[in-house]
Design a protein around this ligand. Structure first.
Ligand code: 4AD
Ligand code: MG
Length: 477
């Protein structure tokens, strides 16, 4: 007798084979039909038991959520919806599940309710599909970079520098007895801390990835990053995973090509390798859409959206062109922008980004050459002295999915910029060194992994695409 998982049984045509399988009961009907799921696929397998020859106590213990082991024979199914089923010869209850207490009932639960049960929600169809797609996407990310000769670099989580210069960092301290000593002028004395200085959780691995690009040519990170911003939106997390490639001798055009090719490649990968899960999520979204008013329904299904992104060029538009478009546009007959764009130099809000992508160009957009003073200190200043070689990739339903730039490679210009932006040059001496010793044009970007998973699965809230979301006032799990 061979042990098989449900995915294997449903794929094979091994009718009349004896099998052993283990999983969790999804439903049990008529004292006869068990829908068994073991997570290997979205699909359940129907296991038919001979209830007349099964004892009462066992029958009572076959409840939603219980873990069971089954021995039986694969037979062609008489019922609709599945080609094969398992005729059970022996059933063993491995772990009971009290149906009166178990929060995951065989019915539709709201995402809010499931968020409060994040330890159990991956047992539902929607979350198991999302998490399998997430796993396949991470593999596709590594595959893409490894096949293109990038080196995977693990950058520090605890760091003394603020890579974005935005001050949105979680502090890391380990003072003795948890008491922070203070200096004479009443400030916290970090020299007495474990690290002997003020440290934080990283907001980005970019600066360290640059050191690798300037030695190995092509590097990428894929790790957790942290932002202590108090944003309660459907697109922000306090802890998220970022993918950051960095390439020596590559300019901004090369960076845009890389971002576009990379995103298309990983989406293509899951279109091939997650067919069942994506088809399920597609159907789920279509259902959800039907309950919305006509004007709020999406024009494309999830699968159409994914194919559209893979098959069409992203539109590349400069910040200046985008501002002209936004100034001259009316987002809606009745509704104006909440923050109308009046002048060049204004930072774009997500309503503007989404207007450009969803209403104006109707495709993914790469905006580039932003005003220097709304972007980070490390971006390459253009000859106009006003704009920097920055790029943001904007996606329908998501807004910004990628932020990147060609880096300022000139020592003097970088130093001056750091001074002007109040970035402590003493903290970043090693970063400045890269400009002293064999400097060269180089570029890279950061892609928020959860935003990519959101787009690929069609989930509307970022909290539903990461196993245990960290948001303000939320660290239960
Ligand atoms: O635009 P950001 O802040 O860029 C950087 O951190 C650069 N150092 C990246 C680089 O050039 N290597 O962040 C990059 C991306 C964003 O485009 C967004 O997708 C995601 O990270 N992101 C977040 N995702 C979830 N929650 C948050 N709070 C996020 N903040 C940024
Ligand atoms: Mg950004």
């Amino acid at each position: 007798m061979t042990h098989k998982n449900v995915a294997e049984i449903l794929k094979s045509d091994s009718v009349l084979q004896e099998v052993e399988l283990k999983g969790w009961v999804r439903t049990f009907r008529s004292n006869r039909f068990i829908a068994l799921n073991d997570g290997s696929t979205l699909n359940n397998i129907q296991c038919v038991i001979d209830f007349e020859n099964t004892d009462e106590t066992t029958l009572k213990r076959i409840t939603t959520g219980a873990a069971i082991a089954i021995k039986g024979t694969i037979v062609e199914s008489q019922g609709k919806g599945q080609s094969v089923e398992v005729q059970v010869s022996k059933i063993t209850i491995l772990g009971d599940c009290n149906p009166d207490e178990y929060p995951i009932q065989p019915k539709k639960h709201s995402f809010e309710f499931l968020r409060e049960n994040a330890h159990l929600r991956v047992r539902t169809n929607t979350f198991s599909a999302v998490m399998r797609v997430r796993s396949k996407l991470s593999f596709a990310v590594h595959k893409y970079f490894q096949e293109n000769d990038f080196n995977y670099v693990n950058t520090p989580i605890i760091t003394g520098s603020d890579a974005e210069g935005a001050g949105e960092m979680f502090r890391v301290t380990n003072f003795e007895d948890n008491k922070a000593p203070v200096t004479e002028d009443g400030k916290i004395d970090y020299s007495k801390d474990f690290f002997g200085k003020e440290t934080n959780l990283t907001v980005s691995g970019q600066l360290e990835a640059e050191t690798f690009a300037m030695a190995l040519g092509k590097a990428y990170t894929f790790g957790p990053t942290f932002r202590a911003e108090n944003s309660n939106t459907t697109r922000h997390l306090a802890e998220f995973w970022m993918i950051e490639p960095e390439v020596a001798f590559m300019d901004l055009d090369g960076n845009m090509d890389l971002a576009e090719d990379f995103i298309k490649s990983v989406i293509n990968d899951v279109l091939k390798n997650c067919k069942d899960d994506l088809a399920f999520l597609d159907q789920r979204l279509t259902q959800e859409d039907k309950s919305k008013p006509q004007t709020e329904r999406s024009e494309m299904s999830l699968l159409e959206k994914l194919r559209f992104v893979v098959e069409n060029n992203f539109k590349r538009v400069s910040y200046t062109e985008a501002i002209d478009i936004l100034r001259n546009s009316k987002p809606n007959k009745k509704k104006k922008f909440q923050y109308p764009i009046n002048e060049w130099g204004a930072d774009l809000q997500s309503e503007h980004e989404r207007y450009l992508v969803e209403k104006h160009f109707k495709c993914p957009v790469i905006l580039f050459d932003y005003p220097a003073n709304i972007k980070a200190f490390y971006m390459r200043l253009n000859d106009d002295g006003q704009t920097v070689r920055a790029m943001d990739v904007l996606f329908p339903g998501i807004g910004e999915i990628v932020g990147g730039a060609q880096r300022e490679e000139r020592y003097d210009v970088l130093l001056e910029k750091m001074k002007a932006m109040n970035i402590d040059e003493k903290e970043l001496w090693w970063y400045l060194d890269l400009r002293k010793y064999g400097t060269a044009v180089h570029s890279g970007f950061g892609l928020g992994f959860e935003r990519l998973v959101q787009f690929t699965t069609g989930m509307s809230n970022i909290r539903d695409v990461i196993p245990f979301p960290r948001t303000p006032q939320n660290a239960e799990f």
